[in-house]
Design a binder for this molecule. Structure first.
Ligand code: PPE
Length: 309
């Protein structure tokens, strides 16, 4: 991670090196936190954060599901993100808001522990590698099942849940693959360790629905809207392993991964990135970088380029 100048922590901008917590922090012991991943892009009109408000609303929803109260409103956190971008001076960065039970009492019950809130920002390149974005990645289905809906709430982007993703990605990368795909206990495709998944068959785009333990991705929602606007039929449905093996095209979506094609699953060749994947990938990248007006309502500007720039 490339260090930047400041981190916002509980109401103050502190130096990167000073953003510390105590080892008795509740969130460290029990994974009792919620977080977001957001990207800010350099556009011809200045730096714009992609769907910032939706991400911060999801942060609040994630916390609400855990009975956690974040002591800063969506509006306050929005300003913090914009200010942090200005302070760290990066035209393009990844933003990581995180809220967690802090330091007071240990014991699983969070009781009256304070809720600490931080926002970090740093430059983050292609999540699954530049080659993956261009030529597609090799994915493998993990033997770890995605957390069941009544085990922990998958709709909450909670820190503790990510042990599930971590085990899956470690398993498949140790075996030489680029990314893991998780299935539910019932054998339905859920999502990647850090992405949602889309399958194209006979010109129709399919993606698992919320009842398959997926994170309701902001990029997933974006891509569904873009694809529909481009005239494609998009169906949220049940997908099984063999739907991936027989697909015409597969791609994964996420804030970090953006739109990344999948070229094989469990060594079944899907092939190089197909035309629909390419079209959606281009539309997405043009949108986030402010090169397309069609979906420009999703850009929330932090800085404006000087007139005439
Ligand atoms: N599923 C999972 C499990 C997931 O972690 C992400 C985001 C998504 C789907 C896509 O969600 P969205 O970003 O709203 O489109 N993963 C984030 C963090 C990855 C990490 O390694 O940290 C991200 O992409 O920012």
């Amino acid at each position: 991670m490339r260090e930047t100048e400041k981190i916002w922590m509980n109401g103050e901008f502190v130096d990167w090196a000073d953003a510390r917590i105590h080892v008795g922090t509740h969130g460290l012991h029990y994974g009792s936190g919620v977080f977001e991943g957001i990207r800010a892009y350099e556009t011809p009109k200045g730096t714009a954060v992609f769907r910032l408000t939706e991400h911060l609303k999801r942060l609040h929803n994630s916390a609400q599901i855990l009975y956690m109260e974040i002591p800063y409103s969506v509006e306050e956190l929005r300003s913090v993100c914009h200010e942090l971008i200005g302070i760290n001076g990066l035209p393009e960065c990844y933003l990581r808001p995180l809220a967690f039970y802090g330091y007071d009492e240990l014991g699983v019950n969070p009781g009256n522990n304070p809720v600490d809130v931080v926002v970090m920002s740093w430059p983050w390149g292609a999540y699954l590698g530049a080659d993956g974005v261009k030529n597609g990645i090799r994915a493998k289905i993990s033997s770890w099942a995605r957390v069941d809906m009544n085990t922990v709430p998958h709709v909450s982007k909670a820190t503790g849940i990510y042990l599930n993703s971590m085990l899956a990605v470690l398993e498949v990368t140790k075996a030489g693959y680029d990314e893991a795909i998780l299935m539910t206990d019932h054998g339905h495709i859920a999502d990647g360790s850090g992405e949602n998944i889309f399958v194209v068959t006979d010109g129709v785009i399919y993606t698992p629905d919320l009842s398959h333990s997926i994170l309701p991705g902001v990029t997933r929602d974006t891509v569904i809207q873009i694809a529909q606007d481009l005239g494609y039929r998009v169906e949220t449905t049940d997908l099984i392993r063999t739907d991936l093996y027989l697909a015409d095209e597969i791609f994964m979506t996420g804030t970090a991964a953006e739109v990344t094609p999948v070229r094989s699953v469990d060594d079944h060749e899907v092939g190089p990135p197909g035309p629909i994947t390419r079209e959606i990938q281009s539309a997405y990248m043009d949108t986030v970088r402010g090169h397309s007006e069609r979906w420009s309502h999703w850009l929330e500007y932090s800085t404006r380029a000087p007139a005439g720039a």
